[in-house]
Design a protein around this ligand. Structure first.
Ligand code: FAD
Ligand code: NAP
Length: 385
């Protein structure tokens, strides 16, 4: 039972959850690293609905913090002020959990540049600070605080100043991949781990690597909160749903299907999934195949982008099935898209527009109006990032 004398857990007061499972979803030889995480919500008093996201406060890599402390010649026990009056903590705590070490801000560069003791560093800082804002942003975005320190050895790297001028380490959101009807005390997540190399340094995404590498199962803690969303199943359980979720975009649709199965919703379900290779990247393959075999999934269409020479994407599968998909939409089906915002969601949106033209005979303007109407009616929902 949650302690009712305590304030409820929220973004301002995250719940220190334990992680019960951390499982690689990709098979051997895959280029991807997508993980299934089970977060324990027992004793939190937190509840969630399908479509919601989980907010996670990660900490930075201790190895990076140690490297920074060494460069500062600091022990880490020195007390520092956090930005925006957020309190006073040890330098170690500030670097580990409170400030973003990646993508230093222009404000930080300006502050440290003022103390450059070599003419070379001063000139280079002046050159950078004189660049057009988008160019400087791009330069800073691909760098870590450690890169900046290496680039300007003569600057005065005062840790208190750095902490004061840095951005806050913000929580990351993850679409919840489970239904509370099946897992009332757990939240499941489907997380793509960000790992790459640039400027000669091996780099990781703060939160995806925190979940993958730095939380000890059952004993470590993950500070979390539930972020409610507009994204959710139709109120009418008899309504049909079409779900387009390649890669980690499949997460909320696993939750949708668990919910529809648990509630015995009579509406039909159609999933479009896609990833690189069927053999290694079919996330939750067994579950989806079983739902398809049992009829919980009326249709399961997959686009394997790298199993042949030419790319096949979810929008190609949408186009292949245009007549049937259009018939579902005309019968009132809801259309959901989740995953990559930059490319996939745009292309799927175009495919949806095209469907109204090719199957419905509408002009481009009429198709745009039809899609707009679907959005207004809540029948076209997107959760893209
Ligand atoms: C509503 C919502 C739901 C989401 N749901 C999910 C989900 O279910 N699953 C999921 O995995 N993610 C999801 N995300 C994304 C998630 O919140 C994080 O953005 C993601 O995990 C990366 O965070 P990180 O802290 O690991 O990486 P960060 O530390 O934030 O680093 C990411 C940054 O690294 C850089 N980068 C990444 N790859 C490369 C590369 N190859 N080369 C150069 N630079 C690179 C880019 O600048 C990128 O912005 C969701 C986001 C939102 C807003
Ligand atoms: N910065 C970017 O440009 C970018 C792009 C995609 C994803 N991401 C991020 O990378 C992380 C992991 O992504 P993920 O594992 O969820 O999968 P993903 O990278 O989105 O890939 C899933 C599938 O979508 C395919 N895909 C690529 N472009 C597409 C398009 N225009 N239309 C439809 N499908 C397309 C991919 O094919 P191929 O890879 O074979 O082309 C792959 O088969 C996410 O956080 C996501 O936001 C970033």
């Amino acid at each position: 039972m949650p302690d009712l004398t305590l304030p409820p857990y929220s973004k301002n007061n995250p719940f220190p959850a334990h992680m019960l499972e951390n499982r690689l979803l990709n098979g051997a030889g895959s280029a991807k690293e997508t993980r299934h995480h089970v977060i324990d919500l027992r004793c939190s008093g937190l509840s969630y609905s399908v479509g919601d996201s989980l907010g996670v406060f990660a900490s930075n890599r201790p190895t990076e913090v140690a490297e920074l402390l060494e460069k500062f010649c600091a022990a880490g026990t020195e007390m520092v002020e956090l930005p925006r009056g957020a309190g006073r903590v040890s330098l170690y705590e500030a670097l580990l959990s409170h400030i973003s070490l990646a993508a230093p801000s222009k404000k930080l560069l300006t502050a440290v540049a003022a103390g450059a003791s070599s003419a070379g560093d001063r000139l280079e800082a002046e050159r950078l600070l004189g660049l057009d804002a988008p160019v400087l942003r791009e330069w800073l975005e691909v760098r870590h605080l450690l890169d900046l320190m290496d680039a300007f050895p003569s600057m005065v790297w005062d840790p208190a100043l750095i902490v004061a001028e840095s951005r806050k380490l913000v929580p990351r959101l993850y679409s919840i991949a489970s239904s509370p009807r099946m897992y009332p005390d757990q939240v499941h997540l489907t997380v793509a781990v960000v790992r790459f190399e640039s400027l000669g340094r091996e780099r990781v995404g703060v939160c995806s690597s925190f979940l993958a590498d730095r939380v000890a199962l059952e004993t470590g803690t993950v500070p979390v909160f539930v972020a409610p969303s507009h994204f959710g199943l139709p109120e009418d359980p008899a309504a049909d749903v079409i779900m387009v979720g390649p890669g980690t975009g499949v997460a909320p649709f696993r939750a949708f299907l668990q919910e529809r199965v648990a509630t015995g919703a009579p509406g039909r379900n159609w999933l479009f999934f896609g990833d690189q290779h069927e053999a290694t990247d079919f996330l939750y393959a067994e579950e989806f195949r079983e739902w398809a075999a049992k009829g919980a999934l009326a249709r399961l269409d997959c686009a394997w982008s790298r199993d042949q020479k030419h790319k096949i994407y979810v929008q190609d599968k949408i186009r292949e099935n245009a007549a049937e998909l259009y018939a579902w939409l005309m019968a009132g089906a809801y259309f959901y898209v989740c995953g990559d915002a930059k490319r996939m969601a745009k292309d799927v949106d175009q495919a949806l527009h095209d469907l109204f033209s090719t199957e419905g005979g509408l002009s481009a303007e009429e198709a745009a109006a039809a899609v707009k109407r679907m959005k207004k009616e809540g029948r076209y929902q997107r959760d893209v990032y």
